[in-house]
Design a protein around this ligand. Structure first.
Ligand code: C2E
Ligand code: MG
Ligand code: MG
Length: 683
């Protein structure tokens, strides 16, 4: 992934949605807490109002008591007088400052162990009644919030039979006695007045109503915030979907694959698992699009994506890379590399088979390249290391390199990667990238390999063979680049260059009055596909002006399988221009004796392979060579034997009437200066 892309993705990741969700949750919690507090305060307020009312009544009692004591009564007389005269129906309890009971009425008394001081517009001191339900553990604090416990139960209680709504509302649901301490002006005594704190159902209903009002108010910001949060969640999801969307297949794109595949491979719990990176390629997709249309092509890719999403399991992933290439990260089952490969092959094979069936009435086929990613395990096989520096692009490149190996082998659709493949492909790329510049810079040099007469032992000819003297890589032999040039078509430029160089050399030798040696030049089969080749070669040679019969053109045997009519025509024209034409590597491939009949060639070059092999093979080879030479002679052709390395071979060929011998026995291909020296020595 490029740095810029990674940066952008990082930014997006930071913009996660959880902060807005968290903010929403916190807000809802805060609202809940505020609501609970509000409800609690409502209850406290209602109860507080009642207690204040009780206090005012108690103050009246204390006022009467004080007045009676002012009249000269003792506290006991005053209290008894007050009760005797039924000035109050409230129970009272009077103690002196030391806490000794001075006077009390009623059947219960204050329980001083459960007391409460609180403030509600003014300070209050309350004490639990000895018969109330307050306990020292529970304390008297709950007196203010008594209805809270009832808040659910009481309202839900249905109306009793015959009970009117008004009666139901005024049902007393809480009744608790407590004592309020009221100050006396005669402060040697302390007065406690027993009060009864009651709660009717309607109190709870009020609390409910206030609660509903509060909820209604709170719901507005909560709803707005919820909408906002959901919008940002959806926006974020949509944005993520867009970033990871492949517009062609509408599945996940390569960016997603890179991220997710990396995550899968680096997960600790995947350390022990083996994976396979697969490059799956729909062959001839461009042709498919050209025939059925771009839309049909994209529909096919979308169908492939849909199919793969059903087949790729949990802990695996896939995405389209580009064109008709898909990357898959699959898990492999097994105990060792062989088993992983077998499992993977089975899986990919069945995938390919099913994919081929996607368009039953159209012929589509797929190739797959695979890189295995086995677990990274200790020597003793016990400890599985985490995969750390996983490079998804690199793994995919390997899978791709493996897949490219299959391009020429139609049936073999699955190839596993090895590092030689990459080396080969890197080399091909280097050659393709460098060839033009190399031609411009004169890095291609003409080497000459002498041809000798086996009878006289004299140097009678030469073959021009190209050598790439690369400024960066050094000397490169043709086997490393000619096949690539043939594939790319660059070979025609190289052949032109070689023909020109040889013509130039011959012209120079003529001017310098040197011994003239005929030189053969290789012409690739790719060249023969071009019309007007003979004329073209003629122009190249004539640019320097040497005699045409000094130049021989070698055509490989394989060229004879191409368009024969063009070949015959070209050979005839070349001959008409005075060039000699030879069939190179005769016997190396599928020799077409028929070609010898139709094409008026001058020279037959026997391939070096005739002279390789064991002794028995040699004997049989000798028979073939003898007959081939005889055949050539009968057709009025000269015979050149290539690849001759041994004296016995030279003697044998001399005996058979072979005209020339080219091989390491005499000389290897050499630079021009060296060749010129050799010619001088030979003279
Ligand atoms: P070729 O045209 O058949 O050339 C003969 C090849 O056999 C040369 O390999 C030569 O070095 C090798 N050879 C000659 N004598 C012996 C021997 O005694 N033993 C062994 N083992 N090999 C021997 P080279 O130079 O590597 O060329 C390989 C092929 O590359 C040539 O085969 C030819 O097909 C192609 N090639 C070379 N130069 C050119 C060129 O300028 N144009 C084209 N189109 N093809 C070229
Ligand atoms: Mg040749
Ligand atoms: Mg040859």
């Amino acid at each position: 992934m490029s740095g810029a892309k990674e940066k952008r993705l990082g930014k997006l990741k930071r913009k996660r949605i959880w902060p807005s969700i968290l903010a929403f949750v916190l807000f809802v919690l805060a609202c809940g807490a505020a609501f609970a507090l509000f409800m609690y305060l409502c209850v406290v307020c209602i109860m507080g109002t009642k207690i204040v009312g009780h206090y005012e009544e108690a103050q009246q009692v204390s006022g009467v008591l004080d007045a009676l004591m002012d009249g000269g009564d003792t506290v006991t007389q005053a209290a008894e007088d007050m009760h005797g005269a039924i000035l109050t129906n409230k129970d009272i309890y009077i103690s002196d400052r030391d806490g000794n009971t001075v006077f009390m009425t009623g059947d219960s008394e204050p329980d001083f162990s459960i007391a409460l001081e609180f403030n509600m517009r003014q300070d209050f001191s309350a004490v639990a009644d000895s018969k109330s339900s307050f306990t020292p553990e529970k304390g008297l604090d709950t007196i203010l919030a008594l209805p809270v416990e009832e808040i659910f139960g009481s309202v839900l209680n249905p109306r009793g039979q015959g009970e009117t709504r008004a009666q139901w509302m005024t049902d007393t649901i809480i009744r608790e006695d407590y004592w309020l301490q009221v100050p006396l002006r005669h402060d040697a005594y302390i007065l406690y007045v027993k009060c009864n704190l009651q709660t009717q159902r309607q109190d709870i209903v009020y609390v409910y109503l206030m609660g509903f009002a509060a909820i209604a108010l709170l719901l507005i910001p909560v709803t707005l915030l919820f909408i906002n949060t959901m919008r940002s969640v959806l926006m974020q999801r949509r944005m993520t979907q867009l970033i990871y969307l492949d517009p062609v297949t509408e599945g996940r794109n390569w960016l997603y694959f890179q991220n997710y595949a990396h995550r899968i491979l680096t997960r600790i719990w995947n350390n022990k698992k083996a994976f396979a990176m697969v490059n799956l390629h729909l062959e001839r997709y461009h042709n498919y699009r050209a025939c059925y249309g771009v839309r049909a092509g994209e529909e096919l890719l979308a169908a492939m994506s849909g199919f793969l999403s059903a087949r790729v399991g949990k802990g695996e992933t896939f995405a389209r890379h580009e064109g008709a290439d898909f990357g898959l990260l699959l898990q492999c089952v097994g105990e060792n590399e062989r088993e992983y490969q077998e499992d993977c092959t089975k899986r990919v094979r069945s995938l390919l088979a099913e994919l081929t069936g996607l368009r039953p009435d159209q012929k589509i086929h797929f190739h797959a390249g695979i890189t295995m990613i086995p677990p990274y395990v200790d020597k003793d096989g016990k400890w599985y290391h985490a995969r750390k520096n996983v490079d998804i692009d690199e793994l995919y490149t390997y899978a791709n390199a493996a897949r490219l190996e299959t391009e020429t082998l139609d049936e073999q659709r699955i190839t596993f990667f090895n590092h030689d493949m990459l080396g080969r492909q890197k080399w091909e790329r280097w050659v393709e990238d460098s060839m033009d510049a190399a031609l411009r810079n004169g890095e291609f040099q003409v080497y000459l390999q002498p041809k000798y007469s086996p009878v006289s032992g004299k140097l009678v000819g030469a073959e021009a063979l190209v050598r790439w003297v690369s400024l960066s890589t050094g000397l490169i032999t043709p086997g490393h680049f000619i096949p690539i040039f043939e594939r790319t078509g660059f070979i025609t430029q190289l052949d032109d260059y070689m023909i020109s160089q040889v013509a130039k050399l011959q012209a120079e030798w003529t001017i310098q009055g040197k011994k003239m040696i005929p030189i053969s030049v290789n012409v690739s089969r790719a060249h023969f596909a071009l019309e007007g080749l003979a004329e073209h070669i003629c122009q190249l040679v004539d640019a320097y002006g040497p005699s045409h019969e000094l130049i021989e053109l070698e055509v490989t045997e394989s060229a004879f399988f191409d368009d024969k009519d063009i070949l015959i025509e070209t050979v005839k024209q070349l001959k008409a221009y005075g060039f000699r034409v030879s069939m190179d590597d005769f016997g190396a491939g599928y020799s077409s004796l028929n070609s010898l009949k139709d094409i008026p060639l001058d020279v037959l070059k026997l391939d070096g392979e005739f002279f390789r092999g064991d002794d028995d093979g040699n004997r049989r080879g000798e028979i073939v060579v003898r007959e081939a030479i005889q055949l050539a002679k009968n057709l009025d052709m000269h015979v050149v034997a290539e690849g001759i390395e041994k004296k016995e071979q030279v003697d044998f060929l001399a005996g058979q009437g072979c005209d020339m011998i080219q091989g390491f026995y005499f000389a290897k291909p050499m630079p021009i200066e060296e060749f010129e020296k050799k010619v001088e020595e030979d003279a």
